[in-house]
Write a new protein. Structure first.
Length: 364
């Protein structure tokens, strides 16, 4: 043992035990904030401490009570109890558990990378987020969309005031896991997509780090080389949104009303039939234009809702993103008599990956 005294592995194991319990408290505090049980982080941590029944310090009584647990941790550490595979360290490395097919976004990446994905009680969640057959059980969520998994975790961390440094995504190999139940997400970044819900935790052996993709010079300036061709379209946005768009891509936001004017009239008339005829929850678009000055003005108007009002900014969309659909304007009920109101405007019906985008920093 190289002269290691009995107290040294004990101290090390106690530190590991304290880390394990602390990450559990972090998760409980996040849950308390999400459920509105606490107005600030300090109160959320108090609730978590009570829930976890964790003393603030490891007293002699606590150490005695848990004497076997740190010793077990020590021996596992010294014996390297679990045989790891290469696939746990990179998604492209071989694994007996199969390829990475799902992703999980988390606000506590260090804990998930160490322990796996813990199953959480579905009882504290709104029923609309939980498949009927899994209500009342402890569950985990994954999605086949890596970018949306990250966006979900970033959005939740921001709304709860949690540090972005802990946010990340892990890949999930499904081998040996229970078959998931697919559930359509009702709202938010994942809204309209299908999540995989399981009545079990996802062990560390099934997850792997997801490394950042290789960027190209063309993502940082429209005139720098890119394998995705020249800039063909422009998207305007407040300057404060640029970095998020460049990380996550340009989202095809939901527009559930085919024709805004008809929707407004249906609301005035109280016509449920006309309202439902005009409603389509899959209707969405990422809007672009061939005119940079038009996109710039849109970004300027969009910024009026922010405080303080940010400067407008442009995002260029390269040729490799494909051909968008023509946008008619105020709905796309494209009958023969429909006139295209905005001939320079288009929309992508799916998200645009960051690799097709570039920042345009010159003022208009």
């Amino acid at each position: 043992m190289g002269g290691m005294g009995m107290s040294e592995p004990m101290d090390l194991a106690l530190r590991l035990l304290k880390y394990d319990r602390a990450t559990e408290m972090y998760d409980l505090a996040v849950e308390a904030m999400a459920l509105g049980l606490a107005d600030n982080w300090a109160d959320a941590m108090k609730i978590a401490e009570e829930e976890a029944q964790l003393p603030s310090e490891f007293s002699p009584q606590f150490q005695q009570k848990n004497a076997s647990e740190p010793m077990d941790l020590s021996w596992r550490l010294l014996k390297n109890e679990r045989q790891t595979e290469l696939g746990e360290f990179h998604e492209d490395f071989p694994s007996s558990l199969g390829p990475v097919t799902e992703y999980h976004g988390t606000m506590n990446l260090p804990a998930v990378s160490e322990q796996g994905i813990k199953a959480r009680s579905s009882r504290k969640r709104s029923k609309k987020y939980v498949p009927e057959q899994l209500r009342g059980q402890d569950i985990t969520y994954t999605t086949p969309d890596q970018e949306r998994a990250l966006a979900f975790a970033q959005e939740r961390a921001q709304s709860l005031g949690l540090p972005s440094s802990q946010v990340g995504v892990v890949g999930v190999r499904a081998g040996g896991l229970p078959s998931p139940i697919q559930h359509q997400e009702p709202f938010g970044v994942l809204g309209g997509t299908m999540s995989n819900v399981r009545p079990s935790a996802i062990p560390r052996a099934n997850i792997t780090p997801v490394l950042k993709r290789q960027t190209e010079l063309g993502e940082f300036h429209p005139d720098l080389p890119s394998s995705y061709g020249p800039v063909e379209y422009y998207h305007g946005t407040p300057e404060t949104n640029v970095q998020q768009i460049m990380r996550q891509g340009l989202r095809a936001n939901r527009n559930p009303y085919k024709n805004i004017e008809e929707y407004v009239q249906a609301m005035k008339d109280g016509s449920d039939a006309k309202f439902m005829e005009n409603y389509d929850p899959t209707y969405r678009g990422a809007f672009v234009t061939t005119k940079p000055e038009r996109a710039y003005r849109y970004g300027e108007r969009k910024g009026w809702g922010y405080r303080p009002i940010p400067a407008p900014a442009l995002i260029g969309v390269r040729e490799g993103a494909g051909m968008p659909e023509e946008y008619i304007g105020y709905g796309d009920d494209t009958g023969e008599s429909t006139k295209r109101l905005f001939p320079d405007d288009y929309r992508y019906m799916d998200n645009i990956d960051p690799k097709f985008l570039t920042q345009i920093k010159e003022a208009m």
